[in-house]
Design a protein around this ligand. Sequence first.
Ligand SMILES: [Zn+2]
Length: 409
Amino acid sequence: MQLRYSFRLYPSAGQRTALARAFGCARVVYNDALRARETAHSEGMPFPKTGDLSKQLITEAKNTPERAWLAEVSAVILQQSLRGLDAAYRNFFDGLMGKRPRMGVPRYKSRKDTRQAARFTANARWSITPGQKLRLPKIGDVRVKWSRTLPSSPSTVTVVKDSAGRYFVSFVVETGPEEVLPEVSPELGIDLGLGHFAVLSDGTKIDSPRFLRRAEKRLKKAQRALSRKEKGSKNRDKARVRVARAHARVADARREFHHQLSTKLIRENQAVAVEDLAVKGLARTRLAKSVHDAGWSAFVSMLEYKAARYGRTFLRIGRFGPTSQVCSRCGVKDGPKPLHVRVWTCGACEAVLDRDVNAAVNVAKAAGLAVSACGAQVSRAPVPAPRGEAGTHPKPSTIRWEQAGIPGF
Ligand SMILES: [Zn+2]
């Protein structure tokens, strides 16, 4: 399988200029190819082949005065840019055929895009110098902050500049499933909800950790400060950079949280099941913001590749529907319940069920996993009756299941 390893990159001023040129050339070739295909389509001509476009838009274009500057960057970047367009078309067509979530038609890239990227393959003769720098053709030896070691030599190298002006390099490495972990017995269903980031079939409720909430708070503050600045002012530009940085920090913190949680769940469980949320569909509704914020799809894909990597089972069950309508203990379907109902008693078996955990157990059961429904049952621990109120019924308590954060990180 393929894994991606990312590291922070610190190019010098000259290297930043060379990278800007590389990003620009990659973008121009991409847009030229997109235009050629759109023109062919509107004229009823056949879809231009990548090989033909490569010859016409790279090899021949370099000899024209308008595109002579394409020769200033590694030809591999330009070839890879065409491959990127191919992938965008493939995803688009696969979406149309229902093979994957629907994607938009490939669109033109702009120098104002928040993410600029250029990709090198092995035949671009990039290398890692004895001094641990990344040597890129026509760019130079760039300083890298190596935070991990690569398990084997990478097939591709992508240099990215994000909206906060930071540079990263990401390596794609081919690895076998050689890291199979010793077998464990627990199996797990996960319900990704709005109230909590995730609820597990064993009764654990997981919220985003403090470091992520703190980063989010800082982002909100930066955004408020930006909205107060006068349009076109110097201070507004500064505030905009601060917002971009805060954004990047939130994205990093969220990715870190997803990594920690997905690694923990895959290590501790032999099989993990999630409900296919069809996040793409949900993302168009009013729940859109919380869906994007929670970043479920990124989290689920981490679970998936880590399961493959560590020899665990990952199961995605189709949207089988009303997880909250079915009792996870006896299987009786007793109808929909309004969202504010968090705990109810099953009319058939009298189990007292927690809404979110019940859903997680149902997800596990639908995937054929061996989980017990007892995780979904709220045990009514005897609450000491306050003086003077003895004889009234204590409110059912769900606090027992609340676990803020994840212990053991
Ligand atoms: Zn029941």
